[in-house]
Ligand binder design. Structure first.
Ligand SMILES: Cc1cc2nc3c(=O)[nH]c(=O)nc-3n(C[C@H](O)[C@H](O)[C@H](O)COP(=O)(O)OP(=O)(O)OC[C@H]3O[C@@H](n4cnc5c(N)ncnc54)[C@H](O)[C@@H]3O)c2cc1C
Ligand SMILES: *[C@@H]1O[C@H](CO)[C@@H](O)[C@H](O)[C@H]1NC(C)=O
Ligand SMILES: *[C@@H]1O[C@H](CO)[C@@H](O)[C@H](O)[C@H]1NC(C)=O
Ligand SMILES: *[C@@H]1O[C@H](CO)[C@@H](O)[C@H](O)[C@H]1NC(C)=O
Ligand SMILES: *[C@@H]1O[C@H](CO)[C@@H](O)[C@H](O)[C@H]1NC(C)=O
Ligand SMILES: *[C@@H]1O[C@H](CO)[C@@H](O)[C@H](O)[C@H]1NC(C)=O
Ligand SMILES: *[C@@H]1O[C@H](CO)[C@@H](O)[C@H](O)[C@H]1NC(C)=O
Ligand SMILES: *[C@@H]1O[C@H](CO)[C@@H](O)[C@H](O)[C@H]1NC(C)=O
Ligand SMILES: *[C@@H]1O[C@H](CO)[C@@H](O)[C@H](O)[C@H]1NC(C)=O
Ligand SMILES: *[C@@H]1O[C@H](CO)[C@@H](O)[C@H](O)[C@H]1NC(C)=O
Ligand SMILES: *[C@@H]1O[C@H](CO)[C@@H](O)[C@H](O)[C@H]1NC(C)=O
Ligand SMILES: *[C@@H]1O[C@H](CO)[C@@H](O)[C@H](O)[C@H]1NC(C)=O
Length: 499
C-alpha cells in the first residue's frame, strides 16, 4: 500500500524536521522561565515553593513515592489557560508533568522535580446533557464527583470502582469498572474529548472530528495532548445490587475457583463485576480474601456472585443501593504508604492461580520485617464480553483485544512505610512476577497484555498491545504532536517510544 507508506514517510520527515525546532532548556532555567511568565499572567494560579499551599499541592498524591518538588505548580481554571501553559512550556523549553487525580503511583508519572507541575484539579466542570444521554466532565474531577452529579437523575457511568480515583488518568489508560462485561471499559464510553495539542491548539476528537486521535486516546495515555474535557455516556442505572464478602484463609481454593468461574462464564446480559483481593495483615498475620461485588439492578443477593456466596464467609453484606451510596463508602486515602504495583495476565486457571497465590504467600515471609508492610494479591477479571463492546461499536480501542478469551490480571500491590526499602520492595515484586509469568508462558496460559493502572513503572504495557496499533499510535502522535512536546518535555508515565 504505497499511499500508506508514503504518508508514514512524510509524517516521519515532518516529525524529524520539527523536532529539531523544539529546544529543551536546562531543567531549572526552563522552569524559571515558564514559572515567571505564568506568574506574570496568572498571579495566584501559580503556587511557588514558598507559598502556603505548596506542600499540600506537591503531596496531593495517592502514593507517597509520587511526591516530588516541582519548581512551581500551575493550577489553570479553564482550557485556554491549559493551552497557554503548553505554549509557555514550549517557548521556554520547560519540562513539565501533568496531574489529574494523582493516583498513578510512581515518581514522574504525574509530578516532576524542579520542572513545572500542571495540576488540573481546578477544572471541575460537570454538565449533564439535557437529554440525559451524556455528561461532560473536566479532568479535575474524581469519580465520586461524577457519580454524585449523575445521582439525582438516576444516572450512572462507567468509571473508577473506588471513590476518589481521578477521572483523566483512568479514562486515558482503559478503566476497569464493575459493569464492564456489558458496557465495556471506561474508555469505550467516551464519545468526545476536548484536547490541547503540543502547539497550543485546542481540538475536539470524536467519531467525525479527528477520528484517528479519538481512537488513539482510547488507551494511548498521555502521548498526544492534554484532555480538558471528557464527554461520557450516561447510563440510566438508578440502583445497584452490592455484596461485600470476606473469608478465612481456608476458603482460598474455593475463592480462587469462584473467581475463575466468574471469568469463564461472564456474558454481558447481566452487568456485574468486582474487586477481588487477598490481603496479608502484618499485625495479625492473617490472610483475608475479600470480594466487592456489584450487579446492575435490584436483585439481591446479586445472582452473578452465587459461586462466592456459596462459600462460608466471615462477613457478608448484601444491599441494594444507589451508585453514589456504594462508592461513598470506598475511600482509599492519599499518602497512606509507599506502593509498588506489579501485574501480568493469565487465562482463568484455578490450579495455576492457586500456585501463584501460594508462592506469593511464601514470598511475603521474605519481607515480613519491612515496616508498614501491606501486601495484597489482586485478581482483576477481564471478561471476553468486555472486549466485545469495543469490537462491535465501530470505534474500537488501542488494546485491540479479541473477544474469544477471558483473562485474569494477577497483581501484587505492596505497601510499605520507608524510602530505605524502595529498591528491596521493587526487586521482590518484579522477581516473583517474572518467575511466575515464565511458568505461565511455558504452560501456554499467559498473555503479554499489561494494564497501565496495575503495572509497575519498569513494565512496558505498550509492548503487549498489537504491534500495528502501536505503530498507528506513533503515526498519530507524530502527526498531532510533531514537535514531540508530550514525548520530550512531558516525559513521565507510559510513553510510546520510537520505532
Ligand atoms: C487506590 C486505587 C484504586 C484504583 N482503582 C482503579 C479502578 O477501579 N479501575 C481502574 O481502571 N484503575 C484503577 N486504578 C488505577 C488508575 O486508573 C490509575 O492510577 C489512573 O492513572 C488514575 O487516574 P488519575 O487521574 O488519578 O491519575 P494521574 O496520576 O493524575 O494521571 C495518570 C497519568 O495520566 C496523565 N494525565 C492526567 N490527566 C491528564 C490529562 N487531562 N490529559 C493528558 N494526560 C493526563 C498523567 O500525567 C499521568 O501520566 C486505581 C489506582 C489506585 C491507586
Ligand atoms: C523550524 O524553525 C525555523 C526557523 O524558526 C522555521 O523556518 C521552520 O519552518 C521550522 N520548521 C518546522 C518544521 O516547524
Ligand atoms: C542548570 O543550570 C544551573 C545553573 O545554571 C545548574 O546549577 C544546574 O546544574 C543545571 N542543571 C542541569 C540539569 O544541567
Ligand atoms: C482551586 O479551586 C479552589 C476551590 O474553588 C480554590 O479555593 C483555589 O484557590 C483554587 N486554586 C487556585 C490555585 O486557584
Ligand atoms: C490554599 O488552600 C486553601 C485551603 O485548601 C484554599 O482555601 C485556598 O484557596 C488555597 N489557595 C490557593 C492559592 O490555592
Ligand atoms: C432527565 O432526567 C431528569 C431526572 O430524572 C428528568 O426529569 C428529565 O425529564 C430527563 N430528561 C429527558 C429529556 O429525558
Ligand atoms: C464532533 O465534534 C464536532 C465539533 O464539536 C461536532 O460538530 C460534531 O457534531 C461531533 N460529532 C459527533 C459524532 O458527535
Ligand atoms: C489488621 O488487623 C488489625 C486487628 O484486627 C486491624 O486493626 C487492622 O486494621 C488490620 N490492618 C489492615 C491493613 O487491614
Ligand atoms: C458457578 O460455577 C459453575 C461451574 O463452573 C458455572 O457453571 C456457573 O455458571 C457459575 N455461576 C455463576 C453465577 O457464575
Ligand atoms: C473462620 O476462622 C475462625 C477462627 O479459626 C473460626 O472460628 C470460624 O468459624 C471460621 N469461619 C468460617 C466461615 O469458616
Ligand atoms: C495455546 O493456547 C491457544 C488458545 O489460547 C491455542 O490456540 C494454542 O493452540 C495453544 N498452543 C499450544 C502449543 O498448546
Ligand atoms: C497545531 O497542530 C495541529 C496538528 O499538527 C495542526 O493541525 C495545526 O495546524 C497546528 N496549529 C498551528 C497554529 O500551528
Amino acid at each position: 500500500m504505497p499511499s500508506k507508506l508514503s504518508l508514514a514517510g512524510s509524517l516521519l520527515t515532518a516529525a524529524l524536521a520539527s523536532a529539531q525546532n523544539l529546544t529543551i532548556a536546562n531543567l531549572t532555567a526552563g522552569a524559571n522561565c515558564a514559572c515567571t511568565q505564568l506568574v506574570s499572567t496568572y498571579g495566584d494560579l501559580v503556587i511557588l515553593p514558598d507559598s502556603t499551599n505548596y506542600t499540600a499541592e506537591a503531596t496531593d498524591y495517592w502514593d507517597i513515592r509520587a511526591d516530588l518538588l516541582p519548581g512551581c505548580i500551575f493550577m489553570p481554571s479553564d482550557a485556554s489557560q491549559v493551552a497557554d501553559a503548553v505554549s509557555t512550556f514550549v517557548s521556554c523549553g520547560s519540562q513539565f508533568a501533568i496531574r489529574g487525580g494523582g493516583h498513578m503511583n510512581f515518581p514522574g508519572s504525574n509530578n516532576i522535580n524542579e520542572g513545572v507541575l500542571l495540576a488540573l484539579n481546578n477544572l471541575t466542570d460537570i454538565t449533564i446533557a439535557n437529554d440525559n444521554s451524556t455528561v461532560e466532565v473536566g479532568p479535575g474531577n474524581r469519580w465520586v464527583d461524577v457519580y454524585t452529579a449523575l445521582s439525582p437523575r438516576g444516572l450512572y457511568c462507567i468509571g473508577g470502582r473506588l471513590k476518589t480515583i481521578g477521572v483523566p488518568g483512568l479514562e486515558l489508560i482503559g478503566g476497569f469498572h464493575y459493569l464492564i462485561n456489558k458496557y465495556g471499559m471506561a474508555m469505550d464510553n467516551v464519545v468526545s474529548y476536548d484536547v490541547v495539542l503540543g502547539n497550543g491548539t485546542q481540538v475536539v476528537a470524536n467519531s467525525t472530528c479527528n477520528p484517528d486521535l479519538f481512537w488513539a486516546l482510547k488507551g494511548g495515555a498521555n502521548n498526544f495532548g492534554i484532555v480538558t474535557k471528557f464527554t461520557i455516556t450516561a447510563l440510566p442505572i438508578p440502583y445497584i445490587s452490592t455484596t461485600i464478602q470476606t473469608f478465612n484463609e481456608s476458603a482460598i481454593p474455593a475463592f480462587i475457583e469462584a473467581t475463575v468461574q466468574m471469568a469463564e462464564n461472564d456474558p454481558g446480559d447481566i452487568a456485574a463485576g468486582s474487586v477481588i483481593s487477598v490481603t496479608y495483615n502484618q499485625t495479625t498475620g492473617k490472610i483475608v480474601p475479600s470480594l466487592l461485588g456489584v450487579q446492575e439492578g435490584t436483585e439481591s443477593p446479586p445472582s452473578r456472585f452465587a459461586n462466592f456466596s456459596a462459600i462460608p464467609s466471615t462477613l457478608t453484606l448484601n444491599n441494594v443501593l444507589t451508585p453514589i451510596e456504594w462508592h461513598s463508602q470506598l475511600d482509599s486515602p492519599n499518602q497512606m504508604m509507599r506502593v509498588q504495583f506489579a501485574h501480568k495476565t493469565i487465562k482463568p486457571d484455578t490450579a495455576q492461580l492457586t500456585k501463584i497465590y501460594e508462592a506469593w504467600k511464601t514470598a511475603v515471609d521474605e519481607i515480613s520485617d519491612v515496616e508498614g508492610l501491606l501486601p495484597t494479591f489482586v485478581m482483576n477479571v477481564l471478561p471476553a464480553s468486555a472486549a466485545s463492546v469495543a469490537k462491535n461499536n465501530g470505534v474500537g480501542n488501542t488494546w485491540g483485544l479479541d473477544d474469544d478469551q477471558s483473562w485474569i490480571l494477577w497483581q501484587f500491590s505492596t505497601g510499605w512505610a520507608n524510602a530505605v526499602d524502595d529498591l528491596r520492595m521493587t526487586n521482590w515484586a518484579s522477581k516473583l512476577l517474572d518467575y511466575w509469568h515464565l511458568q505461565n508462558q511455558a504452560l501456554n496460559l499467559s498473555s503479554e497484555f499489561i494494564y497501565m493502572g496495575d503495572a509497575g513503572e519498569y513494565q512496558d504495557p505498550f509492548a503487549g498491545f498489537p504491534l500495528e496499533n502501536v505503530q498507528r499510535m506513533r503515526e498519530i502522535r507524530d502527526a498531532y504532536d510533531p514537535l514531540g512536546v508530550f514525548t520530550r518535555l512531558n516525559w513521565g508515565g507510559f510513553k510510546l517510544g520510537s520505532n
